[in-house]
Ligand binder design. Structure first.
Ligand code: HQG
Length: 183
């Protein structure tokens, strides 16, 4: 089979690995989300060393190897239907969500939606949320999520192995769990 692309440089290779491990609907992921190193080498243009390097140096700890080092997976962020064993946890009082101000009205109306991903991703501090939000362009806004109130009201929270909080949704109505963080 033809290679899907040639790996250009490490940053590019890292971005492509994120896609290949989280969103590639052409790959038949097992339920627990592992993609074999062999597949990444033979079909996707990586060397084993490049994969090692990306997993070891990723700035957010996005990836992990299985026990015998034959497969890798992303620790969160998927749109493909997998279960990577996120830990269900009691969240802190507040979590944070950054985005562009062009989504403000819709978020106030519909709450935070997971869109194409399996979960809404929340950060444990406002500065991380701000950098997440910056990816969406425009003016960045940060919401404080009253996570512990949600938890007490029965919403479930999960923590990924690289410390990203995940939940199914943050409703805006009828309860007020979302507060805009003023600069
Ligand atoms: C928008 C990155 C309208 C939301 C980050 C955002 C994160 C709504 C988009 C992780 C909405 C989702 C996830 C509503 C949500 N109306 N728009 N009601 N609710 N949205 O990229 O949280 O670096 O899927 O404003 O660091 O930005 O890739 O989610 O624009 O941890 O590892 O829906 O991805 O991690 O966008 O980012 P995304 P996100 P990595």
């Amino acid at each position: 089979m033809e290679k899907q692309f040639e790996v250009q440089d490490n940053q590019d290779a890292g971005r492509k690995l994120a896609f290949l491990l989280r969103h590639d609907s052409n790959y038949d992921f097992p339920k627990d989300g592992w993609r074999t190193v062999e597949n990444l080498v033979t079909e996707c243009g990586y060397t084993e060393e490049e994969i090692e390097e990306i997993v070891a140096t990723d700035n957010k700890g996005r990836y992990e190897y299985n026990e015998d080092h034959t497969a890798v997976r992303a620790r969160q962020g998927h749109s493909v239907m997998v279960d990577v064993g996120l830990k269900e946890m009691e969240p802190p009082m507040f979590l944070y969500y950054g985005t562009s101000d062009r989504f403000y009205d819709s978020i106030m109306e519909k709450g935070l939606l997971k869109q194409s991903r399996l979960y809404v991703h929340l950060s444990s501090n406002p500065s991380t949320a701000k950098s997440v939000g910056k990816r969406h362009g425009g003016k960045t806004i940060v919401f404080r999520v009253l996570a512990h109130d949600m938890y007490e009201d029965g919403f479930k929270f999960y923590l990924s192995a690289n410390n990203v909080w995940c939940t199914d949704e943050v409703p805006s109505f009828p309860c007020q769990y979302l507060q805009l963080v003023e600069e």
